[in-house]
Design a protein around this ligand. Structure first.
Ligand code: MG
Ligand code: MG
Length: 620
């Protein structure tokens, strides 16, 4: 199957779209007629640009309201088609995509549709052209691919074939079994789109919410498995209508699109137990067993007070880098790296963002394989010179230009701390922090789908249903991606309001990035006592919160008094309990500390209180 994308999926002018599509290494494109109409040059210029970029034009689309028209509208529809054929010949494209009729005056009947398609096919064939018929989910008479196939079958003409569009089929939850019986040479085009499961009319759902495979909820691998049974090897074309994509950068969206197709074909190969037609051969998604380290980029002055805070949190300065101004801090299984080097990646990251998380390192089963998969998914590799004898850790670009490193337990990467760092031998006085519980990243609303795809295509992580969290400045969409056993949990936050904490982070941070890291303790009371003794400043929680807690829970008043005394937030799901404290922010970043007692969520019920408290602090 040949990766393709419809120009309608991207922003920009037609020539900009074609360049973005070629840069994302697609070999084929569907030309959306509107893009041609608004283009400044002749169709022959589009033909030349596409040829120079190495793009096949697989179809011109869409041709609407054709089949089943009564006269004289029928004759006009054929005349319209002849003009499209002229245009296609100028474009150098041999396939016209016809979608099923929605016109109120159109007439039903499979035989009538078949006769019209046959006649159109006959006219197309005279010019060496073909037509392909698609059932729109909201077609007036034909809205099911099985009926469209029956019309194509009865048309019985070599220039008449079928379009299968995953959106129209899966939105109606049409059974997929009938696809398997369609001969591959009768399928002229396959269009692919995913979408979130929504309760709305098919037309609005399709026009605004389609997204790339893996970004929505549709069972696309099931669809692909049925398609694979036919032996189809033609174009596999993304046709995405999505307001965010049309507002975003054409280049970035095109790369996301190609990544999504590669990921889909990879999933299909794994389902089939053999390489699917046209599928790239990728190492499997990387199993993530934890966050190996979090790296902070700081300047000299900020690094001093940041390290004082780490010491207050019970971290031990475990090592100093052999050749760079970098320290390693450890507590339990948590490893933090403080980078105050005056050159290199971290320094430029710091210049742009201030004190910030500049890299996340994931512990994976095979770091080299994870990096190879990333590269084959068109993720952006990162290399930086290292000193003699030092480790070169495989890395790709992550959110907001930060880095994602891969470490594993085999070979030299397993000895990362010993190879690159000298043990300080400094003593420890830990505060009971055990591991990283979750990492929260703030991003622009339009970026959310992109990073969901990035993480889930590369790593063995799954999406849990998104939540909308109320912030004093508006709603924040929160999407959790986690490893099955909770070893890694990423919370992606975005908001369309400019006034939420999540949005203010973006403007003050000058981009998307890690907003907070939550560390886990098994004994919140012990941890909070240690922090208070060390003089660590916690986020003050207003008394009203505890009055409310008293009213809505059956917690003993001594217990509530204890929570109140230490600024601890509390949540419960059945018998499961969750305790949270927040540190005061360090520039745009803050730490959270949590204790989970069988609890699986993230304290969404407490988020409004916490966000309001942070806002009060910011205003002071
Ligand atoms: Mg379509
Ligand atoms: Mg949190």
């Amino acid at each position: 199957m040949k990766p393709s994308i419809a120009t309608v999926s991207l922003s920009g002018t037609l020539d900009e779209k074609l360049e973005a599509i070629a840069a994302a290494r697609f070999g084929a494109v569907e030309i959306f007629e509107n893009d041609l109409v608004t283009f400044g040059g002749a169709p022959s210029a589009v033909r030349r640009i596409a040829a120079e970029l190495g793009l096949d034009i697989v179809t011109l689309q869409p041709f609407r309201d054709f089949e089943g028209m009564p006269e004289p509208a029928r004759a006009r529809a054929f005349a319209r088609a002849e003009r499209k054929f002229d245009l296609m010949q100028e474009l150098g494209c041999d396939l016209l995509m016809v979608c099923s009729n929605v016109a109120p005056d159109s007439l039903g009947g499979i035989d009538r549709a078949a006769a019209d398609l046959r006649e159109l096919g006959e006219r197309a064939a005279k010019r060496g052209l073909r037509i392909a018929f698609e059932a729109l989910a909201w077609g007036r008479h034909i809205n099911d691919y099985r009926d469209a196939w029956e019309a194509v079958r009865r048309a019985d003409h070599p220039a008449v074939g079928l379009v299968l569009d995953s959106f129209h089929i899966l939105a109606r939850r049409t059974e997929l079994g009938a696809i398997r019986a369609i001969p591959a040479d009768r399928i002229f085009l396959v269009q692919i789109a995913d979408a979130p499961m929504l309760q709305m009319d098919y037309l609005s759902w399709s026009r605004h919410y389609r997204n790339f495979p893996g970004q929505g909820d549709f069972p696309l691998v099931d669809f692909m498995e049925a398609l694979a049974a036919t032996g189809y090897g033609g174009p596999l074309s993304l046709e995405i209508f999505n307001d965010q994509f049309r507002a975003g950068s054409a280049r970035a969206v095109a790369i996301d699109g190609h990544r999504s197709l590669r990921f889909l074909l990879d999933q299909l190969s794994r389902r089939l137990g053999r390489p699917a037609a046209g599928a790239p051969v990728l190492p499997p998604r990387a199993q993530v067993s934890g966050t190996a380290f979090v790296e902070f980029a700081l300047d000299e002055r900020a690094a001093g007070s940041f390290e004082t805070m780490l010491a207050g949190l019970g971290f031990r300065r475990a090592g100093r880098h052999k050749s760079k101004a970098v320290t390693h801090w450890r507590q339990g299984e948590v490893n933090l790296v403080v980078n105050r080097d005056k050159e290199g990646f971290a320094q430029s990251f710091n210049l742009l963002h201030g004190s910030a998380v500049c890299a996340l390192a994931f512990q994976v089963a095979d770091a080299k394989a994870a990096f190879e998969r990333a590269t084959l998914l068109l993720d952006q590799p990162f290399h930086q010179p290292v000193g003699p004898g030092e480790l070169s850790i495989p890395a790709v670009r992550g959110l907001g230009g930060s880095l994602i490193y891969f470490l594993d337990a085999a070979g030299p990467l397993a000895r990362n701390w010993e190879v690159d760092f000298v043990d300080t031998g400094e003593p420890a006085a830990d505060a009971g922090l055990l591991r990283i519980d979750h990492i929260a990243q703030s991003m622009h609303y339009e970026e959310m789908l992109s990073w969901v795809l990035f993480y889930t295509s590369l790593l063995e992580l799954r999406k849990i249903p998104p939540q909308d969290v109320p912030d004093p400045g508006g709603l924040v969409r929160s999407q959790v991606i986690e490893a099955g056993d909770g070893a890694v949990r990423l919370v992606l936050n975005a908001s369309q309001s400019q006034r939420t904490l999540s949005s203010r982070f973006l403007s003050e941070f000058a981009g998307s990035g890690v907003q907070h890291v939550a560390l886990a303790t098994a004994d919140m009371m012990r941890t909070v006592a240690r922090l208070e003794r060390n003089g660590v400043a916690l986020l003050p929680i207003p008394g009203n919160y505890y009055d409310d807690l008293e009213a809505k829970t059956d917690l003993a008043s001594e217990r509530i008094a204890e929570l109140r005394a230490h600024n601890i937030l509390y949540d419960r799901e059945g018998e499961a309990e969750y305790l949270q404290i927040y540190l005061r922010p360090f520039e745009q970043f803050f730490f959270e500390i949590v204790e989970r007692r069988g609890y699986r969520g993230y304290g969404a019920a407490n988020a409004p209180t916490r966000l309001a408290a942070q806002q009060r602090l910011a205003q002071r």
